[in-house]
Design a protein around this ligand. Structure first.
Ligand code: ZN
Length: 685
């Protein structure tokens, strides 16, 4: 019996689970369920990655504490995972005591024993109004190359240029709109460039099966480039764990989130009385031969294959046994887009009345052990579910069960036709090997070809004719087909746990383990009356999915440099011309009174407005209405303002909203005003 701790990457707690994330969780869950069927002792743990500036700012925006925000997200994420039948042994949060203690322990050992922690001054952009250092994605400005406005600090979405925030022309803070200033502070670094790390990693990655061949090649390139030290600290204000001997400094993601793998597992161990050290301690895990396996997206390979093992090695912890990296998801062949991308969330999928097992099945049919991207082609999805899953597999039961139910009072007879059964059994090893090596698409090819053969067997024997001519043969054929169906359902059990549970109920057998593959029905075994096991996907389901306008903008910018799969697995779906009421209600429209209107030096079209938006709050807005209105006639007028538009730094100053106006092709402009009696601050709905 193997003893394995398995993890999936931790989803970041400021966004929803989407179909890109689910590639990884479904891949891992299938592998874990297969291991459990083999009666290995496997623990599958995961957690919300809860720390960092984005969480702090999002909570701030909503006027709640970060703790409240992450508690809410944890509930949402857990629900999504449950719905997609992802069966964690424990799902937690990185914001827990166990993770903090392990992070402190690792840091202490790296610093005091291994002497692999150093301090270096780092210059970063600082928001003078919010008084915090700005992650790259929180600085925007004009692209230094193509001069497009509103580009992120790390890359330009228009021309693809990559840069650092300080390269931007007219940079501004996304949070306050202010021009950021350069400020220096001491950061803590893990010295990955130290020879001890390099020498250790050279040996570590060379172990066969540690990494996939493509991952090994990638790592070899990184070795050529040489390693740099890794920044592991951030300055207050920050939501996370304060570094024990450094007040005002916090562990940055690299010395926090992945420690959550262990912290989460520790909580499970405490609950179930599992020996934690036999899985995580360097010496003890060796003697107990436990395994540690990380499933990850290819974007966090550098971290898991280099930084993390070195971190663990030099702090007395065990290093990962294997790392399984996978590619990203595209939808209908469209590449993921960054923050402007649209994506289908787990909830969009469920709300389209699509069966979660369909997606599990589809991903299973596409995945292999490589890091290649997989494509969710919606037509292919429909045809695989209806044609293969329902049409070939489920169909076996629906074709034969009714004869057993009606003609033989639910009683299975002898299964004399061993040819087909033998073929199915003979493939047991190949299918198990495909699960083990994550060659899922190979497993499904074998299973579906076996299902084809069972259907051909039924076609050839023609039970609908036998019912009139030869009842004995009818019993043999239908019993053989149902026996075949039982074995195929065991082969598919890691993929379709719910349906297979229904099948076990229908066949009146105990929950099957892998070893039960050749436990044939005993004579006169009774089954239940056949009930529909799975319906077909309709075009309507598909339309619902694409009409969901899952085109929410990407969740808030992330500081975590790809730590969360959310960064990389964003996917595109066709943008629809309708928006949902939810999308509309995101726009906050308010009645505003124009307190002051001024001409803007050097601007032909703009008027600078000071708007009273209620509660004595003033907003400054630049409006392109100079051709139609004089400043005098504007002052005192009521209009409608988009109140929650992100502040935008313009050449003339900060614009904190937008006033609404109608216009025609000639360029005439008509400011929108509410009826008499409306007061500043009233909401427009
Ligand atoms: Zn550009």
């Amino acid at each position: 019996m193997r003893r394995i701790l398995v993890t999936s990457a931790l989803p970041y707690a400021n966004g929803s689970i989407h179909l890109g994330h689910l590639v990884e969780y479904i891949q891992t869950d299938i592998w874990v369920r297969f291991q459990k069927l083999q009666e290995n002792q496997v623990y599958y743990v995961c957690a919300d990655d809860t720390h960092g500036t984005p969480i702090m700012l999002k909570a701030d925006d909503e006027g709640i504490t970060p703790e409240d925000l992450i508690a809410r997200m944890e509930v949402e994420h857990k629900e999504d995972f449950d719905n997609f039948l992802i069966e964690f042994d424990f799902y937690g949060s990185t914001n827990n005591l166990a993770t903090r203690e392990i992070a402190n322990d690792i840091y202490g050992k790296l610093k005091n024993d291994a002497k692999l922690i150093s301090q270096t001054p780092v210059e970063q952009f600082f928001d003078p109004k919010k008084r915090l250092f700005l992650p790259d994605r929180y600085v925007k400005g004009t692209c230094p190359k193509c001069k497009s406005d509103d580009q992120y600090g790390d890359s330009c979405e228009i021309c693809g240029n990559t840069h650092v925030p300080t390269d931007l022309v007219n940079p501004y803070s996304v949070i306050s709109g202010e021009t950021p200033i350069r400020k220096t502070s001491n950061h803590y670094f893990f010295n990955l460039s130290d020879d001890r790390c390099t020498n250790f990693l050279k040996e570590w990655v060379s172990k066969p099966d540690r990494l996939q061949p493509e991952a090994r090649n990638k790592v070899a390139e990184w070795f050529k480039d040489g390693f740099s030290d890794w920044d592991i600290s951030r300055d207050a204000p920050y939501f996370g764990f304060e570094i024990p001997d450094a007040p005002g400094k916090y562990f940055y993601v690299w010395l926090d989130a992945p420690i959550g793998y262990f912290g989460t597992f520790k909580t499970l161990c405490d609950q179930r009385g599992i020996d934690f050290k036999s899985f995580v301690d360097a010496a003890k895990s060796k003697s107990s031969q436990t395994e540690l396996i990380h499933f990850i997206g290819k974007d966090i390979l550098y971290f898991h294959a280099l930084f993390f093992p070195a971190l663990l090695q030099f702090s007395g912890y065990r290093t990962p046994t294997q790392i399984f990296a996978h590619g990203f998801l595209t939808v209908n062949g469209k590449k993921m887009s960054k923050s402007r991308g649209t994506f289908i969330t787990a909830r969009n999928y469920l709300e389209s009345d699509l069966n979660p097992e369909w997606l599990r099945y589809y991903y299973f049919s596409k995945l292999n052990s490589s890091m290649q991207d997989i494509d969710l082609n919606l037509d292919d999805f429909l045809s695989k579910v209806n044609g293969d899953l329902v049409g070939k597999f489920i169909n076996i039961a629906s074709r034969c069960a009714k004869f057993i139910n009606k003609e033989f009072s639910n009683s299975i007879g002898p299964t004399k036709d061993h040819g087909i059964l033998k073929e199915i059994l003979n493939n047991k090893g190949a299918i198990a090997a495909s699960y083990e090596t994550r060659e899922y698409s190979k497993a499904i090819r074998i299973i579906m070809s076996l299902a084809d053969h069972v259907n051909q067997y039924i076609d050839k024997k023609k039970p609908w004719k036998l019912i009139k001519e030869d009842k004995d043969s009818l019993l043999v054929v239908c019993s053989t087909a149902l026996e075949s169906f039982r074995i195929l359902s065991l082969y598919l059990k890691p993929v379709l746990p719910q349906t297979c549970q229904e099948i076990e109920k229908f066949l009146k057998i105990k929950p099957q383990l892998w070893k039960d593959v050749d436990c044939f029905f005993t004579s006169n075994h009774q089954i239940s009356p056949y009930q529909h096991l799975m319906h077909r996907m309709t075009k309507k389901n598909m339309q619902k999915l694409t009409n969901q306008h899952a085109n929410e903008k990407g969740t808030s910018p992330k500081s975590h440099g790809g730590e969360s799969p959310a960064d990389s697995n964003k996917i595109n779906v066709m943008t629809e011309k309708f928006i949902t009421i939810d999308e509309f209600t995101k726009i906050k429209l308010k009645v505003a009174r124009i307190v002051k209107a001024e001409h803007v030096e050097g601007a032909d079209k703009l008027i600078k407005l000071q708007l009273d938006v209620g509660q004595n709050k003033l907003k400054q807005v630049f409006a392109g209405i100079k051709s139609a209105y004089s400043t005098d006639e504007l002052e005192g007028k009521f209009t409608i303002v988009v109140a929650n538009l992100k502040p935008r730094k313009m050449r003339f100053g900060l614009s904190e909203g937008m006033v609404l106006a109608a216009s025609n092709e000639k360029g005439d402009i008509f400011l929108i005003s509410p009826e008499k009696g409306a007061k500043e601050g009233m909401e427009v709905k």
